[in-house]
Design a protein around this ligand. Structure first.
Ligand code: PGA
Length: 247
């Protein structure tokens, strides 16, 4: 499984970043899962060339431009040079700041051009009774998949993160049964963009209040290929507990 630790802006000291990374590296050396840490960009520079086997780094965003006159932007090639392997794109906290589907699509292209694997976040704000939330997922997926080549489509990691479940606690997260249903929906949508065989192989992870209390059930019954973990990933003890629950 993929265990993606999205540190968001929780970790603001290099000392803490190093401590968390050392802990995760130890966990990875004893785990069959792939651990992917996503610190704030400046902290990626603390671990140059660090990405190895099942212990990898991700950026939390990337520029939609390839470099040049773009003040404040971090181009994908720079991340790649640091040994970063993945990039989280379209997180709801970035979409809330105004990031559009077109920008996310452009960022995905940049990521692939530099050899990074995009982790594309999709998710509905609320679960309405008319199931309009399925259309939200359809639109968010189409906006990105439509600009990708068939090979690229097969490589994207999809992170399903219903906004209503983010930043709460295990009891507010999705239930394993609902997650299973959503993963099936997402695979159905994917099959409109790639072959059925590929749609079944694309990695889908879940994010939204994953904690030691619910990760095992979600893994067992949710039909996912891993998790994107926010608040529970920035405490070494809790993160260790999460990884142990999956072993
Ligand atoms: P959370 O964040 O684990 O803090 O809910 C998850 C996410 O941002 O997807």
């Amino acid at each position: 499984m993929l265990i993606i630790a999205n540190w968001k802006a929780y970790v603001d000291q290099a000392r803490r970043a190093k401590e968390l990374a050392a802990n995760a590296k130890r966990l990875a050396s004893r785990s069959r899962h792939t651990l992917i840490l996503a610190p704030s960009s400046p902290h990626l520079g603390l671990f140059p060339k660090a990405g190895k086997r099942n212990f990898q780094f991700a950026a939390q965003d990337v520029s939609e431009k390839s470099g040049g006159a773009s003040t404040g932007e971090v181009p994908a090639s720079l991340l790649r040079e640091l040994g970063v392997g993945y990039v989280i794109l379209g997180h709801s906290e970035r979409r809330a700041l105004g990031e559009t589907d077109a920008e996310i699509a452009a960022k995905t292209k940049q990521a692939f051009a530099a050899g990074l694997t995009p982790i594309l976040c999709i998710g509905e704000r609320e679960r309405d009774e008319d199931a309009r939330y399925v259309q939200v997922l359809r639109n968010e997926l189409a906006a990105v998949l439509d600009v990708l080549s068939p090979k690229e489509r097969a490589k994207v990691v999809i992170s399903y993160e219903p906004i209503w479940a983010i930043g709460k606690s295990a009891r507010d997260a999705i239930t394993p049964a609902d997650l299973k249903e959503m993963v099936l929906y997402i695979r159905k949508i994917l099959a409109q963009h790639v072959s059925k065989v590929t749609a079944n192989k694309i990695r889908i992870v879940y994010g939204g209040s994953v904690e030691p209390d619910n990760i095992r059930e979600l893994a067992k019954e949710g039909g996912v290929d891993g998790f994107l973990i926010g608040h529970a990933s920035v405490d070494p003890k809790t993160f260790s507990a999460l990884v142990k629950e999956l072993s």
